[in-house]
Design a protein. Structure first.
Length: 221
């Protein structure tokens, strides 16, 4: 008798946007994905917190400009109260304050509303797995901003990083996932994860978005 196959866990997602004309179609489209359940739709940050409290929730797809409580404050509250819940920002705004504010608050991903369904679902899955996805426009903007504000490079990293750990950080800064880093360096994904864990511990890096920022500050990206 063959062993029963285990059904993969579906990701429980909250969609937050103050415009029903955006929120409802987005929730419907995401609900068509075989591994995503949209468990709630929220019109502001306060409703997001209520939905997460009723949980369980894996990922919040978060707009930024919302009434009552905006997306940055809601992200900050989630990071403090529900750190296991990942936030992916989906917004029309790609200005410095919005990007840095959201990432500093704890968002794992940042997409603009030009992103297609595949980009959004990929970012949700990455965030649930503890990884980060930044829209190319956002990454370029972040790169320009950090380089402008931090003209003295190479001083943002601890001295005890190994050459391999610096290589891994550089490739994270270029937006490569673990598999891409493994292929680039001709090592296994398990070894990449070990280097990342050591790198994050030594440098006090919180997550992949923070790693991108640190790579840029150090002139590695």
């Amino acid at each position: 008798m063959s062993e029963p196959t285990e059904t993969p866990q579906r990701l429980r997602v909250v969609v937050a946007d103050d415009q029903a004309a955006v929120r409802e179609p987005l929730a419907a489209v995401l609900g068509l994905s075989e591994d995503i359940d949209v468990v709630a739709a929220a019109a502001d940050g306060s409703e997001v917190l209520t939905a997460v409290a009723a949980g369980p929730v894996d990922v919040v797809l978060m707009d930024l400009r919302m009434p009552v409580m905006d997306g940055i404050e809601a992200t900050r509250r989630l990071s403090e109260e529900y750190p296991e819940v990942a936030v992916v920002v989906l917004t029309t705004f790609a200005d410095d304050d919005s990007i840095l504010g959201a990432l500093s608050a704890g968002a794992r991903g940042y997409l603009t509303k030009n992103a297609g369904r595949q980009d959004i679902t990929r970012a949700i899955r990455a965030a649930a797995a503890g990884q980060s996805v930044l829209d190319r426009e956002v990454q370029d903007r972040l790169l320009a901003t950090v380089r402008t504000k931090a003209p003295v490079l190479g001083q943002a990293l601890p001295a005890d990083l190994t050459p391999r750990e610096r290589e891994v950080l550089m490739l994270i800064g270029q937006g490569l996932p673990n598999r891409g880093i493994a292929e680039k360096l001709f090592i296994s994904e398990a070894t990449v994860k070990t280097h990342i864990n050591n790198l994050f511990a030594k440098a006090g890096i919180r997550d992949r978005a923070d790693a991108v920022r640190r790579a840029i500050e150090a002139g590695l990206a």
